[in-house]
Design a binder for this molecule. Structure first.
Ligand code: PSU
Ligand code: MN
Length: 416
């Protein structure tokens, strides 16, 4: 490997500036994966190409360039990320290949530049910096998913439940053109009151909303994006978007699926409503390599009901198992998220025939009225809610509680 160009080193110094002391020694190992990789590439530059190092020499060199006394972790990272190669028995180490460092940094630079627009609430930032569990929560469910004031009451109750289960809640929204990870109770009230007057914000809505300084309600897609920018790995919601019925002609497929394919956040939901084509939704997720986990079930739950007739890929039964699977996915550096489907508690589940009839009618009406694009999901959700009355709202609230609890418990496991 050639000597690293000056500008590469400068780039590292900029990206890692919060993690380096005055002598440019790494003083903490970042918690965000991409920054970790930047730190690892930075350390890799300290090794001489072609030279053989003993394990002791590797540790010695690493000790010159970090202050938290954990050369083992750093050595393992260097090896696992293919910067250092070694003899099987660990008796010799050497620099493997020209590192793909530039690329990693380029990647991370994009993140950081997005972070210029990100406000992480102090309590959330503190928890993240200390490696404590944090759970992301979405805001479309507040503004578009439920009526006022139940939406605000539910959002606050969900935050409380997350806390009671050992994690810090971070409700995610766009306010005045700022990406917010963590809202104050006043901001939640503001969001709930404004309701559907707030634009529903998916990935493609971000640039203009931000540039114009507007508000946006975050869907699963944008909540995943902003959670990831902030360094939050676990997210609880109600239901996700998916492949709509008739998508073979309308091509109406939620951006949520694409986000699950590319952003490493675990999404804990109660499955998807059968306003969607659940079979096609599962096919799409399979193609995109998104693991679909049933929590305590082999069957995909369908939001208001515990069953759907469709199987999931894997059944896992404890928060620790969920955390272990997610950790393995992350450690391998696999891009993409994980979908955990958590059935609504039996006592709140709705009668399948009642909910199916409402959904069929809502879909028929949306076709008659020519509803399409981003209006489709909110239209269907609102109609189903009206047709089934207060029952569905009560069920909806309970399943969100159930997901928030599981998400907090999983975040706690993940932080261990
Ligand atoms: N499905 C539900 N409840 C919801 C949504 C979907 O059962 O609240 C919301 C979520 O915010 C989800 C979004 O991310 O709708 C998907 O919208 P679309 O289908 O337009 O991508
Ligand atoms: Mn759509």
């Amino acid at each position: 490997m050639n000597k690293p160009a000056e500008d590469t080193i400068l780039e590292y110094l900029t990206l890692l500036k919060n993690f380096l002391d005055e002598e440019n020694r790494l003083k903490a190992f970042p918690s965000k994966r991409k920054l970790q990789l930047c730190a690892v590439s930075y350390l890799a530059e300290k090794f001489e190409p072609g030279r053989i190092y003993t394990e002791g020499e590797v540790n010695g060199l690493l000790n010159q360039w970090h202050t938290f006394r954990d050369p083992e972790t750093l050595r393992r990272e260097l090896f696992q990320n293919h910067y250092l190669d070694r003899r099987r028995d660990g008796s010799a180490y050497w620099l493997e290949a020209p590192a793909n460092t530039k690329q990693e940094c380029q990647h991370h630079k994009e993140d950081i530049s997005m972070n210029k627009y990100l406000d992480v609430a102090p309590e959330v930032a503190e928890a993240l910096a200390a490696g404590k569990p944090v759970v992301a929560l979405e805001s479309t469910i507040i503004s578009h998913g439920m009526p006022y004031p139940q939406n605000v009451e539910t959002a606050l109750a969900v935050e409380k439940l997350v806390r009671e289960n050992g994690a810090v809640p971070a409700t995610i929204a766009i306010i005045g053109g700022r990406l917010k990870a963590g809202l104050s109770p006043e901001e939640i009230e503001y969001f709930g009151k404004k309701g559907a007057a707030i634009a529903k914000a998916s990935r493609r809505d971000l640039p203009v909303l931000i540039a114009k300084g507007q508000d946006g309600a975050c869907t699963v897609t944008t909540t995943m994006m902003i959670a990831h920018m902030a360094g939050i790995g676990v997210f609880a919601t109600g239901g996700i978007g998916g492949v709509h019925r008739g998508a073979e002609t309308t091509m109406d497929i939620s951006a949520d699926l694409e986000e699950l394919a590319q952003t490493p956040v675990m999404v804990i939901c109660a499955g998807a409503k059968s306003i969607l084509d659940l079979g096609l939704t599962l096919e799409y997720l399979e193609t995109k390599g998104v693991p679909v986990i049933g929590y305590g079930t082999e069957e995909l739950p369908a939001f208001y009901t515990r069953s759907s007739g469709f199987g999931v890929d894997y059944r896992l039964d404890t928060p620790a198992e969920l955390a272990a699977a997610f950790r393995a996915q992350r450690d391998m550096g696999l891009k993409g998220g994980m979908l955990v489907t958590n059935p609504i508690p039996e006592e709140y589940a709705m009668e399948r025939s009642v909910i199916d009839a409402a959904i069929d009618q809502a879909i028929a009406e949306s076709r008659e009225q020519g509803i399409h694009g981003k209006a489709t999901t909110p239209f269907l959700l609102a109609r189903v809610k009206d047709l089934t009355g207060g029952d569905s709202l009560a069920s909806n609230i309970q399943l969100v509680f159930n997901n928030a609890r599981l998400a907090a418990q999983t975040a706690v496991e993940l932080a261990k």
